[in-house]
Design a protein around this ligand. Structure first.
Ligand code: NDP
Length: 246
């Protein structure tokens, strides 16, 4: 099996896991729709994918804004006539200890990491329900399984994504053949830690730099595996961590 002509929307496609996933899925024949705020990065990725023989559409937008998601869905349906998959990948991780009360950053995490996922589902569901099946993949985290320093709010958002995914699966898979997968990676080498403003946490993160982390491509491979399964198989969770991570 491969992903030929499957239409897949990927949020947070401008870097890291989203970018690697777009390349991987496009290489296997999927038509990928690239969403994030940095349009220049998305356009460069589209060029790379198309130079490699793939098909990509750029619709820049902010996952916090429902209207932006609706535009992505409209543009996707106009270009390709259907939506087979949604990868809710966009996320932020501005870690800090709760007592520092960085409430603006808590709000950003709740908005992007949780509401962004809900917005994505709300936007694609009416169209996906009319298909013969579909697949929604939410990028949760190892942070849904355990707390790490400064991660109380981030871990809460990723736990929410994991549990939401399970509820969504139970509601959608039996009724509409829409499968749902939660991907829960440990440390991956991406730009994610750039969102950290807290100096104490930044120092902590430097300790992690001696560890061999996962590559974004490792997560793209996990997403690809989940998407490749026949519709009768729902991969509920994929929890993958660097061999060196405790
Ligand atoms: P990156 O920082 O490389 O990617 C994050 C992506 O999210 C960017 O493309 C960014 O694009 C996009 N994004 C952020 N805010 C918004 C927004 N409001 N609207 C649209 N897009 C947005 O990090 P990763 O690739 O690592 O992160 C991807 C996902 O993986 C996240 O959900 C993260 O929590 C999760 N994860 C990462 C791990 C890691 O160790 N790296 C481990 C476990 C999970 P732009 O700025 O252009 O909008």
């Amino acid at each position: 099996m491969n992903l030929t002509d499957k239409v897949v929307i990927i949020t947070g496609a401008s870097s890291g896991i989203g970018e690697a996933t777009a390349k991987k899925l496009a290489k296997d024949g999927a038509k990928v729709v690239l969403m994030a705020r940095r349009e220049d990065k998305l356009k460069a990725l589209k060029d790379t994918i198309e130079n490699d023989g793939g098909t990509a559409l750029v619709v820049s937008g902010d996952v916090i804004k429902k209207d932006d998601f609706d535009q992505v869905v409209d543009a996707t349906v106009k270009a390709y006539g259907k939506i087979d998959g949604l990868i809710n990948n966009a996320g932020l991780m501005p870690l800090s200890f709760v007592e520092k009360l960085k409430t603006d950053e808590w709000e950003q995490m709740v908005d992007v990491n949780i509401k962004g996922v809900l917005n994505g589902v709300a936007a694609v569901l009416p169209k996906m329900k009319t298909n013969n099946g579909g697949h929604i993949i939410n990028i949760s985290s190892m942070a849904a399984h355990r707390y790490f320093p400064g991660g109380a709010v981030y871990c809460a958002t990723k736990s929410a994504v994991k549990m939401f995914s399970e509820g969504l699966r139970q509601e959608l898979a039996p009724k509409y053949g829409i499968n749902v997968t939660s991907i829960e990676p440990g440390a991956v080498a991406t730009e994610l830690t750039d969102t950290i403003t807290d100096e104490d946490i930044k120092e902590n993160m430097q300790d992690m730099q001696n560890m061999t982390t996962l590559e974004a491509e490792d997560i793209a491979n996990a997403i690809h595996y989940a998407l490749l399964q026949p519709n009768r198989v729902n991969i509920n969770d994929i929890y993958l961590v660097p061999s060196e991570q405790k």
